[in-house]
Design a protein around this ligand. Sequence first.
Ligand SMILES: Nc1ncnc2c1ncn2[C@@H]1O[C@H](COP(=O)(O)OP(=O)(O)OP(=O)(O)O)[C@@H](O)[C@H]1O
Length: 661
Amino acid sequence: MSAASNGDGASAAKFIPKNIAPTQEQLAIQTAVDNTILVEANAGAAKTTTLALRMAESWSRGVPPANCMALTYTATARDALAAALSKIGVPAAVVRQFRIETFESFARAVLAEVDGGVVPTRPTAESLKATVWDAIEAIAKDEGERCRAELQIPSLGDNSAVESFLRVDHSLKGRMLLALDHGDSPITPELAASLGCSYTHLRVFKAYEQIRQPWHLDYPTFRGAFDATYDLAALILKDELPANLKAWPERVRVLLVDEMHDMNQAMNVILTRLLEANCFFCGVGDVDQVIYSAAGADSKFLQGEIKRRGTRRIKRLALTSSFRFDATLAKAVSRFKRKPCVSGSAHATKVATHGYADDAEADSCENQIVHAIRQWASSREKLSGFAVLLRHPSQSVALENALLAASIPYVSRGFDSYLMRPEILLIRGLLAVATDRFDSIDDPQTRRKVVEAFVFFCDVNIRAAGLDHLSQRELLKRAVDAVCDNPLILRDFFENQVLKGVTPMVANRLRNAVRVVQSESGPRLLARVMDALRLDLLAIGVFVEGERREEVQGNLLGLMQLADRFATPADFFLSLNESEVKLRGLRVAPARVVLAHVASVKGLEFDHVALPYLRQGEFPGPTGTPLEEENLFYVGITRARRFLSLYAHRELPSAFVGRLH
Ligand SMILES: Nc1ncnc2c1ncn2[C@@H]1O[C@H](COP(=O)(O)OP(=O)(O)OP(=O)(O)O)[C@@H](O)[C@H]1O
């Protein structure tokens, strides 16, 4: 039993946490008797921890953990909440019984019962591309089209058209605009303008959804990354959600939403329905951490929008102090975001800014970071407490090489090791063909990925005599299996399947690239291979997102810089393979440095956070909106507990760094 008590209508706490002493503000949320609470607070102000306290309190008061449900937008936020429960001393067996899910995984579980069958997920833009073109073709051919003059049909193969459609799809679904207010409205240019998209996009959206959910089927043919949330919300709005579904938490007593700033309208529809149960609700978030506005994320939900649809009276409670970092970093955060930020931390946080130069070896960002990690390890600090946060995955090429050379174990989050990215695997494949050393890639899985990279980038059409009855998919699988089982036949596969199964132009480029590797040497060799191959054009053909296509350029640039250190292409190829072996070896190390994309660590914290490559044009970069770039930087700097090391370009430092001082 506890001696804790507080005012504000709350009762005494039964759950006494380990590792922390809750503040009065936390206790007020842990024990509140109001049934609807919203908390808007800064990064590190214990939002997740306080939700964990509330769950633990309910469990201590006899609420079965299965009747406590917490929803988040990202899997990282979900895991962070489970970790916070463990940290405050909730037994692992109990943590497992709480329902902690992302909105999407919850929606999938509910829909799995409704669908009555398995609906395949297509998680990437590339896997949705063909359906987008089918939809575009359908509207182009539609003889009943009344506003043809308004239509702008893109030319076939233009991936940027697919990208911009998918953005609209994401936004319309996240905001539920069509389902909410315009469900039966005719599709007109005026409606498109009122929804903030073009008439063509709106027409494609309708056609795409008709392909995804044909009228004669009760369930969709596939779902994109966030379609389950949308489909479930649509079902709720149409009042067609069946009763008594096992996955629907009929008996929910405590309902929580972490990172509520990420909520969009589709999630809000689901949440509103869940709130019909007579349960306690608490939502927490930080409006400055919105980084998913493209998917309709809107801070209005955190700011009280849920009130509109229900009878609940919202009580706002505060968490004013950040425990993650000290007053020095809190002041810097406050200057950067122009908002109050107070620290309640007992530990100090050292903030240091270092300059780096592009060409000076010792002064390079990666060498300085290796040095910092070595110092960290020599002070007996855990490697897993050190995180290097990147704005762009391609920035990892030089860093990974430096970490591998220094034998520093690392794990990547939010992206694959550069050695496993498809464009790098394609180059490794070409080097293997040209040097006839495919067998030096010792892992069969990597060999498979190399062969798949050929197929992916070059759109190979496999032919096999006497097997015309098999689908391309099956033929491809057989061909890939054969090369993986016997690396010596890669050259044969390249000559007889790849070169003969691609367009003459692509075949020429591949041949030329192999010729350059075989006949030339010296510095800039890889640059000449790239010129021959025009991988940039191949990337434009396969990748839908502009940002991903730019990543290809960044990855290749990093690879070219690395290649210049080797005398021959064979040496370079073998060294890439050795790096992969080394990486695998380091993976079994008990503790590893975290190399992560900034967005992928939202909700997490590390003792030492390093932010490299702070150069104007890199971070903030040209791809994101100015506000989301700023929010990403805010997320990055507020992950630090004891050390924040910023690496700013000496000549072109990021303007963000200046705003901290
Ligand atoms: N009362 C407390 N005393 C000391 N430390 C605390 C207390 N409450 C929480 N903490 C610690 O403060 C840190 C930040 O907490 P938490 O991760 O819950 O913050 P958050 O607001 O969810 O952060 P973010 O929005 O950045 O994800 C954690 O290390 C947590 O254990």
